[in-house]
Write a protein that binds this ligand. Structure first.
Ligand code: FAD
Length: 441
């Protein structure tokens, strides 16, 4: 840049105002000479779904975004694992982290509000449903919205979730299909769980051969009056071979009646049956999970990037997708800061930023996919060897599943320190960025 050239800002269009889009908006708004707009299809920002788990990886990125303090929720100090068919306790984990870093199950709305509070005024445009992108000769991208409006940007961030229109535009051959897994979730009054003293104060997983029932508080009794305002989550999922089902359309957060929900969980033991029968009519929401082939690359046209669920539809595997999406947004901002260097944006600097983002995050997601594949092979192997071990195939599967969830705790996921990931990138170092929690807060 010569001294005469006025500096022009880098114009970034973020599509989607979920955890990934909001985190990107916060991190980019803090950079000089970057103009960011979030285009969200909803008429108002309200998070659907019940609770969300925030582990140490999530707390760390929320801390970097300045959004951790407003979030409370249930401290998941003890987590029980039960055989859902019999109700028998088969394992338990206890968090040994310092109190601030305990994993928490929180109302999704609280996470949304904490992120929204950090977004500067004027950044979000609501009722803007993206329908298409055009790769313009000018080097920019044109965004076309359902209401006929258009916008242009130097860089487009696809944070538009599992059914991403941005992804469809840069990878038109990539198709998502129904996985066979349907999820139902609800929040009920915490007080209504008083009749289940073995469940009402902790997180419990009831596993079955084709899914689970998870019950957990989502509030901190120090913050909320448990008996009047406290909420408790019931989140359940079932897999049915998709070839046996016809799902005509994507169902996300639609109402489901109790009879239909309960009919899918008849094989569970009496404790689960009783819990489900106490969920009031009219509060279940149903979600059909979709997935597509794994993407080799998260960027296209050298100026479009996918993050969060748009880039890796993991259908809730690892229970940490919101943290992954926020980590993506924070790393993208670091890559832009590193290459943009407060000067005029150039095609090269944008392409370089995306290359850095892709090199850090693609390999991380690849490791998750490899882990999922390994778990599947372990379950298959354990089932094959079950009769020789004198146990049923289901018992063999249960052991692998519970060991996978208790095991070594997957530190490269749940203890991931995204700030350290970036420091290591700058030093050219490879390997894990696991940093154990300290009593520093
Ligand atoms: C059943 C289930 C359970 C889960 N449990 C957990 C959990 O316990 N912990 C956890 O961390 N994660 C969990 N996840 C994952 C988590 O919900 C997601 O990973 C996370 O919400 C992803 O954030 P995102 O911003 O990428 O996408 P989303 O949250 O999907 O947000 C996408 C946004 O884009 C908007 N949008 C979509 N299309 C358009 C368009 N064309 N134009 C404009 N806007 C658009 C949407 O309205 C939405 O606001 C779970 C997921 C599932 C399915």
């Amino acid at each position: 840049m010569t001294a005469q050239e006025p500096t022009r800002p880098l114009r970034v269009a973020v599509v989607g105002g979920g955890p990934g889009g909001l985190a990107t908006g916060i991190a980019l708004s803090a950079l000089p000479n970057v103009e960011v707009t979030i285009f969200e299809q909803a008429t108002q920002l309200r998070e659907i779904g019940a609770g969300v788990t925030i582990g140490l990886n999530g707390w760390r990125v929320l801390g970097l975004l300045g959004a951790a303090d407003g979030i409370k929720g249930h401290r998941r100090i003890i987590v029980d694992h039960r055989d859902g068919l019999t109700g028998t306790l088969v394992g338990a984990t206890a968090s040994s982290f310092p109190p601030w870093y305990h994993p928490r199950r929180v109302r999704r709305m609280q996470l949304q509000s904490a992120l929204l509070d950090r977004i500067p005024p004027g950044v979000i445009q609501l009722s803007k449903r993206l329908t298409a992108l055009e790769n313009r000769e000018s080097g920019r991208v044109r965004l076309i919205f359902e209401d006929g409006a258009t916008a242009t940007a130097d860089l487009v961030v696809g944070a538009d979730g599992i059914r991403s229109v941005v992804r469809e535009n840069i990878f038109p051959d990539h198709k998502t299909t129904f996985t066979g897994t349907t999820v139902w979730r609800t929040l009920i009054p915490w007080k209504s769980m008083d009749r289940f003293p073995e469940l009402n104060h902790k997180t419990t997983w009831f596993h079955s051969p084709v899914g689970f029932v998870m019950t957990t508080p989502v509030d901190d009794p120090k913050e909320v009056d448990k008996d009047t305002d406290g909420l408790f989550e019931v989140s359940i999922r079932k897999w049915v071979d998709p070839k046996r089902l016809e799902v005509e359309k994507f169902r996300w957060g639609v109402d489901a009646v109790n009879e239909k929900v309960l009919s899918n969980f008849k094989e569970y033991g009496p404790l689960v049956q009783e819990v489900l029968s106490h969920v009031p009519e009219g509060v279940w929401k149903e979600y059909s999970t979709f997935a597509g082939p794994r993407l080799e690359k998260l960027t296209g046209w050298n100026k479009v990037v996918l993050l969060g669920d748009a880039s890796h539809p993991l259908s809730g595997a690892f229970g940490s997708g919101a943290a992954f999406a926020m980590e993506d947004g924070w790393i993208l901002a670091r890559a832009i800061e590193h290459t943009h260097l407060n000067g005029n944006p150039t095609a090269d600097s944008i392409a370089k930023a995306l290359e850095i983002f892709d090199s850090i995050r693609s390999s991380y997601y690849l490791r998750m996919y490899d882990y999922i594949d390994l778990q599947e092979r372990k379950v298959d192997g354990a089932k094959r060897n079950a009769s020789a071990a004198g146990i049923s195939e289901w018992e063999a599967q249960l052991r692998v599943t519970v060991n996978g969830m208790i095991g070594d705790g997957l530190p490269w996921i749940y203890l991931n320190d995204i700030g350290n990931v970036w420091k290591k990138y700058l030093k050219g170092e490879a390997g894990d960025s696991v940093v154990s929690p300290s009593f520093d807060r």
